[in-house]
Design a protein. Structure first.
Length: 638
């Protein structure tokens, strides 16, 4: 019998979502100095969890009956992480600019009004220039009757859309949860630190090695924060070097572009949690992409085809290859799940699951139908909507699998979602203006796949499984957390923009830049429609096939060092920041395992967890103080 978590934990988690969303929103969209939602482990959620653990220890002595259990603490952590997703730079932070941008920036010169205004779903957007004046120029307040009433319908409609999208993700996770967590015993590395932090004996916090690692990170961040405010003070150069500066004048080596040589302690810690073949593949394939760029310049391939070597398309193909193989290898399990859903004899039981498999399939079907009609109501054709959703959920499945199996520190997949893939593969002229407008609005959840809710949901179910907690309670709590996170995200972003002005110098350029990205792309599609890009299709197919090849080789030969996940994730912006610390972590883990075996790995693990915790704690404190006192903040990540 699975244990239920006390209602107080759910209420506390929901109460903590708005301040966390506010904090993250200001960090990423106002101050622009730290970006917790661009990595797999959100440092705001870890910091909040640590504070709760320490307070729990204190009030456990004063009032033992009020002491929170490990299950309650981890449920709160899961709810904060899921709520934080909504304000991330790949969800509402992109959505809000997309809802207002064309109505403010349309001019006689760009002819946007004649070009596509008739196809914009104005019921989902804000077009009143009196309302937008405060948003873009600032010196205003969101808390006025006209602003609130104008924004309320789009907020409600989009919240409904994303809640259904998130519910479908939960249903997919329910179907795959048992296979991944219990049958395949995937390791879920991202939850290792939260699990260790909440251990009843507080073993991690009592470890001397952890405090050594904590001190290393803390010293780096403290000194660099002082330097950010007092430049005469010495700093530790962990993010000062770029290999490109040494080769930019030499052909073809300049083709490598931005290649940072950074040494983030927290990423070294996260890299140590990865399996050796993944950490090796991350930095190896990062240079594999650089080599492709060098070859393209060497043979002048980019002159005729500026997109060569189609790295984003290869990565998208790799993600699809991973999703395909997950479904194919799990086909026997899935067949048993389907039989169970149909009420026929099955080897798989859904007893104790968050919902029955029958209800999960019904949820996917009804949710898919709702999303389909919502998208067609936005102006897209039914065929476009069906294919778009299919590709989106396949990519989401791949992201969830990547996190569950190997705990990749990042999974960007920049500019390679179905909104990018379909026009490139089929040609812009294959789509109507309504289709293209929908693709533009879908930029809000397809620009990249970093702050993606689906892996956080699955990790929440894994925590419930580890601690023998009620799955159904976890499911409803996560759905409510998403709802609270949605409203909190809208509130955070809108009140900040009305106060400071989205177009003002007080806000980072990407606040308006997200809108320019989406609508400049639409402008280009309509004014200069591209033909079908055959090479895009070829390279996407190549990414798919090469990922499948790597999976087959990995399954056939234990010594095979190249992991398909490393191939898929290594082309991203985040991996540019991470490749060097992951290389350091790989080298350290390789040496430790070769010299001392698994015993040495377990002994040294607290040190590397300390590297993560130290940077997260000092970085969080510095960000809070910076927001309160308007200090300069050292950007320890992003």
């Amino acid at each position: 019998m699975r244990k239920r978590v006390a209602t107080r934990a759910i209420l506390l988690g929901l109460i903590l979502i708005p301040p966390n969303v506010f904090w993250v929103g200001y960090m990423e969209e106002v101050v622009g100095k730290s970006f917790p939602t661009t990595m797999s482990l959100f440092f705001n959620a870890v910091f909040t969890l640590l504070i709760l653990v320490l307070l729990n220890k204190l009030w456990g002595k004063i009032a033992p009956s009020l002491r929170l259990t490990q299950g309650e603490l981890l449920l709160i952590y899961s709810l904060i992480a899921i709520g934080t997703c909504m304000v991330g730079v790949d969800l509402y932070a992109v959505l809000v600019p997309c809802l207002v941008h064309p109505f403010w920036f349309a001019t006689a010169e760009n002819k946007w009004e004649q070009l596509f205004f008739g196809y914009l779903p104005k019921w989902l957007m804000v077009s009143d220039k009196d309302v937008l004046k405060g948003y873009f120029l600032g010196w205003s307040s969101f808390y006025t009757k006209k602003y609130l009433l104008t924004w309320l319908p789009p907020i409600l409609y989009w919240t409904l859309f994303f809640m259904v999208l998130i519910f479908v993700m939960i249903c997919i996770n329910i179907i795959f949860r048992k296979q991944w967590a219990e049958n395949e015993h995937l390791t879920f590395p991202i939850i290792q630190l939260p699990l260790a932090l909440t251990d009843e004996k507080l073993s991690l916090l009592k470890s001397k090695l952890m405090w050594v690692g904590f001190s290393v990170s803390a010293i780096v961040d403290i000194l660099n924060n002082i330097n950010a405010n007092y430049p005469f003070f010495p700093h530790i150069p962990v993010r000062d070097y770029d290999i490109y500066t040494f080769v930019y004048a030499y052909r073809p080596w300049y083709a490598i572009g931005w290649t940072p040589l950074y040494f983030f302690p927290c990423i070294i810690g996260l890299g140590y949690l990865l399996p050796l073949e993944l950490s090796f593949s991350c930095w190896f394939f990062y240079w594999y992409w650089k080599f492709q760029r060098i070859l393209s310049v060497t043979f002048n391939l980019q002159v005729a085809r500026p997109d060569m070597p189609y790295i984003n398309d290869q990565s998208a193909g790799a993600y699809l290859g991973i999703a395909f193989f997950v479904i194919w290898t799990g086909r026997r399990y899935l067949w048993q799940v389907i039989k169970r859903a149909l009420g026929r004899p099955s080897l798989v039981s859904d007893e104790g699951e968050p919902m029955s498999y029958r209800m999960a399939f019904v949820g996917i079907f009804l949710g898919y139908i709702f999303l389909f009609f919502f998208i067609t109501k936005m102006g897209a054709r039914w065929g476009t909507a069906l294919v778009f959703l299919l590709i989106y959920f396949l990519l989401s499945l791949a992201v969830a699998r990547i996190r569950a199996e190997l705990g990749s520190p990042a999974h960007d997949l920049h500019f390679a979602g179905p909104d990018q893939m379909l026009p490139r593969v089929a040609g812009v002229e294959s789509f109507t203006k309504g289709d293209l407008v929908f693709f533009t609005l879908s930029w809000s959840f397809n620009r990249a796949y970093r702050a993606h809710p689906m892996p956080h949901q699955l990790e929440g179910f894994k925590i419930a499984e580890r601690l023998n907690l009620d799955y159904r309670q976890y499911m409803w709590a996560m759905l409510i957390a998403s709802l609270v996170g949605s409203f909190s995200a809208f509130w955070t972003l809108l009140q900040a923009n009305y106060k400071l002005g989205a177009s003002s110098a007080k806000m980072p350029p990407w606040v308006v830049g997200f809108g320019w990205e989406a609508y400049n792309r639409l402008d280009s599609w309509l004014k200069m429609p591209q033909q079908r890009d055959i090479l895009c299709s070829i390279f996407t197919g190549w990414g798919f096939l090469f990922a499948v090849f790597l999976i087959l080789m990995k399954g056939k030969f234990l010594w095979w060092p190249f992991h398909p996940v490393g191939y898929a994730v290594s082309s991203s912006w985040a991996m540019g920041l991470m490749w060097c610390p992951i290389f350091i972590a790989w080298l350290a883990k390789f040496i430790i395992l070769k010299s001392t075996g698994l015993k040495g790995y377990r002994y040294t693990l607290p040190f590397f967890l300390g590297l993560i915790l130290g940077e997260f704690v000092i970085g969080s404190i510095a960000n809070i103080l910076g927001l309160v006192f308007n200090w300069q903040i050292y950007r320890f990540w992003g």
